[in-house]
Design a binder for this molecule. Structure first.
Ligand code: CO
Length: 251
């Protein structure tokens, strides 16, 4: 397994790619309201990515047919935008987006409430986000990768939630998915030792019920096996000499 260490020049390109993605993402987040279709959000996302000089990295990735992954309620990740899929009051909606700029990839995801949602749904969204921040306490040079994984998983499970095991975070750079795989649960061994210049897409996927998931017949959409809600929170993160730099989250 080869984990790439980015040079100062490459890090600057990663920052730029992530900064542009964050702009696109914030624009898409403002579109979310009851009545909009997932297809409209995807179309706008592709347009915005191209308008800032980027290329949608999800489009045609292993045959994925859209630019933005949009997953509602019990859909965990990789939901395919559709003309007939209308977002409703009370839904939770996960957007996962990425782009390539100057040869460098960025990747981020968030789950949003649509109008008024249940307290349980909001708690799931909040805990999923916080699990990421628990994890990145260990996103430091000298720590080991699985310290991040354990911190995320232990925190989420302390609320009785199921941590998805079939999908993981990943290294990111000149490819969307680079080594290492980044599990969101306690695992065997310490994992690699983290070094400055590593760029990681850390992305807890947390279910309100069981951790088990299934794939729909479209071969993409991942859903919870028990139909419970699921939330997602992802940033592209740079390991430095000190605190991690969250490249897709400006201060
Ligand atoms: Co990712």
């Amino acid at each position: 397994m080869a984990v790439s260490i980015k040079s100062a020049r490459e890090i600057e390109k990663m920052r730029e790619s992530c900064r542009l993605l964050e702009g696109v993402f914030n624009h898409l987040a403002k579109m979310i309201e009851p009545g909009i279709t997932t297809w409209e959000i995807d179309q706008e996302g592709e347009k915005e990515i191209r308008a800032c000089g980027g290329v949608p990295n999800f489009l045609h990735y292993q045959g994925y047919p859209a630019s933005i992954c949009i997953s509602l309620n019990d859909e965990v990740v990789h939901g395919i935008p559709k003309k007939g899929r209308v977002v409703q009051e009370g839904d939770i909606i996960s957007l996962d987006a990425g782009l390539i700029y100057n040869g460098y990839h960025s990747d981020m995801a968030r789950t949003f409430p649509v109008g008024k949602i249940s307290e349980e749904a909001q708690k799931l969204i909040d805990v999923t986000k916080q699990s990421f921040f628990e994890g990145i306490k260990y996103a430091r040079a000298g720590c080991h990768l699985h310290e991040i994984s354990s911190a995320i998983g232990t925190y989420a499970e302390s609320f009785g939630y199921g941590v998805v095991r079939d999908l993981t975070g990943h290294g990111i750079g000149t490819k969307l998915h680079e080594d290492p795989e980044i599990p969101n649960f306690v695992c065997k061994g310490r994992g690699i030792r983290l070094q400055p210049g590593m760029t990681l897409a850390i992305e807890p996927m947390i279910n309100a019920g069981t951790w088990e998931v299934e794939w729909l017949d479209d071969d993409w959409t991942v859903v919870t096996a028990d139909g419970a809600l699921s939330a997602h929170y992802e940033n592209t993160v740079l390991i430095t000499d000190g605190d991690p730099e969250i490249l897709t989250l400006s201060k």
